[in-house]
Write a protein that binds this ligand. Structure first.
Ligand SMILES: C[S@@+](CC[C@H](N)C(=O)[O-])C[C@H]1O[C@@H](n2cnc3c(N)ncnc32)[C@H](O)[C@@H]1O
Length: 250
């Protein structure tokens, strides 16, 4: 645990010092520590074989019970689906297995390459591009469904990314977006621990920034359900349901 905190914080601190472009800090954080469901301190973090990728799929479903239990990857057969922030491509491959026409994007070269390799080893058809959620190259109304799981809160300007989701989604289309929840014990208990017991409050940290010590990504914005609803409606998306979900326990 201590090592994991050190690794994540070291990456963030170096980027704070060395990189001036705000979105580059986000991109380079994920290039350094791609989302492969191997612990941050793991030595061999890059999957290569079909078995590695099937293990990631299992971890993705186990770690995200909401997706496993409440979302049907097979329900979008022949539909045009966009996954934003595909990471290792677990969800994209599940969409492909379910018969969707899936386009996957990630801001990192690593995310793109790992997702391509995931699809190749499983003999699945995906279109994968390196793209920034804040300025997608797709035309308006291009997709029936947009899926983005644990991504947009890491972008430098999450509001801009929400606007892009709304723009590329067809009228009457749908989507599923997961962002971090602010109204949670995790946010406040961890925040208070680091701010007060580890004295970070005296070093200028606040609740949002102190998340650097235990949350992934260079940026990690948290939303209350109310804030999220307001943001989505602001960009013209009709909110059908906001659920508070939990991660599978390690
Ligand atoms: C926590 S990982 C989640 C990966 C995947 N969705 C999953 O659940 O396994 C966040 C991913 O979002 C990507 N990402 C962050 N900001 C992005 C942006 N602005 N545009 C596209 N991808 C982004 C990162 O490169 C990383 O692969």
């Amino acid at each position: 645990m201590r090592n994991r905190v050190r690794i994540m914080k070291e990456v963030s601190d170096n980027l704070s010092k060395e990189v001036s472009d705000k979105q580059e800090k986000n991109r380079l954080w994920w290039e350094s520590l791609p989302m492969t469901y191997v612990d941050w301190e793991g030595k061999e973090r890059i999957p290569t074989t079909k078995e590695d990728f099937l293990k990631i799929e299992k971890e993705f479903l186990y770690g995200n019970p909401f997706v496993r239990d409440e979302f049907n990857f097979g329900g979008l057969k022949n539909k045009l689906v966009l996954e934003i922030g595909c990471g290792s491509g677990a969800a994209s491959c599940l969409f492909a297995k379910g018969g969707a026409k899936i386009t996957s994007v990630d801001i990192t070269e690593n995310g793109v390459n790992i997702t391509k390799e995931n699809a190749r080893t499983q003999n699945l058809k995906l279109e994968v591009h390196r793209e920034d959620a804040e300025s997608l190259s797709f035309s308006a109304n291009a997709f029936d469904f947009v899926f983005s799981w644990g991504v947009l809160h890491h972008s430098e300007n999450t509001s801009r990314a929400f606007e892009e989701v709304s723009r590329v989604l067809k009228k009457g289309g749908g989507g599923l977006i997961m962002v971090y929840n602010k109204n949670s014990l995790r946010y406040y208990v961890n925040g208070l621990y680091w701010l007060l017991l580890r004295w970070k409050i005296f070093r200028g940290y606040d609740f949002e920034r102190v998340q650097d010590f235990y949350t992934d990504g260079f940026y990690h914005r948290h939303f209350s359900p109310k804030e999220l609803g307001k943001e989505l409606e602001r960009v013209g998306l009709r909110v059908k349901r906001i659920s508070i979900t939990h991660m599978g326990l390690e």
